[in-house]
Design a protein around this ligand. Structure first.
Ligand code: LLP
Length: 422
């Protein structure tokens, strides 16, 4: 069941017409569906039922506190990668004992904040980082629970820019150094070894890479148990691919993913931590935009829209595909045109798609870009001094702005002209 659908020829988010949101909030803006968040979270939860597990939603996919609070109510924990994300998760009411802290470059300040909150696990990515955590923990008279993120050297599909589990990637402890890392951790006064962690990439469209990584780490867990390490949590990261509408093979069904994990981990005697991001939020959001101009080039038609690469970076960064639809349904026999859909930013990469066949679209019309709920708003910037765009959360027939559009003055307020020029 989709929650962005045409009703009487007008696309709605649940029971709110998108045209109403555009008129009242302005465009461009992100619109999210509560029902979709709930559905996706529960689909995932049901897929992994029967596994002793924690679902730690990967905050980076969509970090708005309104969304985090929605997921918290459903029982989600959080995977955070910065002090900022930690504060978001705590502010949204996610209990600290359901928060894991990932990332290759935690600062001592961030480590201290996480230790103060008493999070569930620090996922440690290097020995120097382990020492930093030990040092902060010693100063605080605290025993820091850690897992090492190991790099299993597995190729994981997706786009090369979002593959993280190969030995040439910056992530995790090198496979052949993992056992030694645990030995070092054991000798640290303020470190408690509690787990192991792996995350191999994102938008992974088949199960084999997950199987390989989980089995490989499973063997390592056996060795670590034999070496006397109390590994009781296995964080298998996120990465499950979702449909964007252009794929030739469908991404794995979450229930098959869940069954695979259950099968592979049933004898490991550990709690499994999942860090899904895109799977929960991707199809729960759209980017709503207005066509500013239709320009006829020499041999192309450009739809110049009011959203740009600073609002949704994925096409510019990863050549990502997002399905595009007009908000008002076109008659079946409407003429079809090929469009380059572009934003107003002064870069050629500010192009959402090239030569996309769409029914004829006119100046002033509203369009949506689908599957924009993950890595959309959270990757946006104010490039070209374009204010961050609003985020709107719909629930049934009501909606609320959960991030408001700053004014240009808000942006300028944080800057100043140096004294020596005044
Ligand atoms: N855990 C860790 C440690 C991660 O680094 C990530 C994503 C996740 C979990 C969640 O992965 P997911 O379930 O969402 O695939 N900006 C890119 C995606 C970057 C993913 C980074 N790490 C995009 O727009 O496709």
């Amino acid at each position: 069941m989709r929650h962005f659908e045409f009703k009487n020829g007008e696309m709605h988010a649940e029971n709110v017409p998108l045209a109403k949101i555009a008129a009242e909030v302005g465009t461009p803006c992100y619109v999210y569906s509560t029902a979709t968040f709930e559905r996706h979270f529960n689909v995932f939860k049901n897929s992994v039922s029967g596994i002793n597990s924690l679902i730690a939603y990967s905050v980076k996919a969509n970090s708005n506190i309104g969304i985090l609070a929605t997921l918290s109510k459903l029982g989600a924990g959080a995977d955070v990668v910065s002090g900022g994300e930690l504060q978001r998760a705590l502010t949204a009411g996610i209990p600290a004992n359901k928060i894991v802290f990932s990332g290759v470059g935690k600062t001592k300040h961030e480590i201290e904040a996480a230790a103060n909150a008493k999070i569930k696990i620090f996922n440690v990515e290097s020995i120097p980082e382990l020492y930093a955590i030990n040092e902060v923990a010693a100063r605080m008279n605290y025993l820091a629970p850690i897992a090492f993120r190991v790099n299993p050297d597995v190729t994981a599909g997706g786009h090369k820019k979002i593959s993280t589990g190969k030995k040439e990637d910056k992530f995790g402890i090198a496979w052949n150094k993992a056992e030694h890392a645990y030995a070092i951790a054991k000798s640290c006064s303020n470190i408690e070894i509690v787990g192991i962690d792996v995350h191999i990439g994102s938008q992974i469209d088949h199960l084999e890479p997950f199987e390989k990584a989980i089995s490989k780490v499973g063997n390592l867990i056996k060795k670590l148990h034999a070496n006397g390490h109390n590994i009781r949590c296995f964080d298998i990261g996120g990465g499950l691919g979702i449909p964007y509408g252009n794929e030739t093979i469908a991404p794995p069904d979450p229930s098959n993913y869940g069954a695979m994990v259950k099968q592979l981990t049933k004898k490991m005697n550990v709690e499994i931590i999942f860090e899904p991001g895109r799977m929960i939020s991707g199809n729960a959001g759209i980017l709503l935009s207005k066509v500013l101009y239709v320009k006829k080039g020499e041999d192309r038609n450009f739809l110049i829209i009011d959203a740009a690469m600073n609002d949704l970076l994925r096409p510019a960064l990863y050549d990502a595909f997002h399905e595009i639809e007009p908000v008002r349904k076109k008659p079946e026999k409407e003429q079809v045109e090929k469009y380059d859909v572009v934003g107003p930013i002064c870069e050629s990469s500010d192009t959402f798609t090239k030569s996309r066949k769409l029914s004829k679209i006119n100046q002033g019309e509203l369009i949506v870009m689908h599957t924009a709920g993950a890595y959309g708003a959270s990757q946006s910037s104010q490039y070209n001094t374009r204010p961050l765009i609003p985020e709107v959360l719909v629930k049934d027939n009501k909606y609320e702005v959960i991030r408001k559009r700053p004014t240009i003055n808000d942006i300028l307020k944080s800057e100043n002209i140096p004294n020596w020029l005044i």
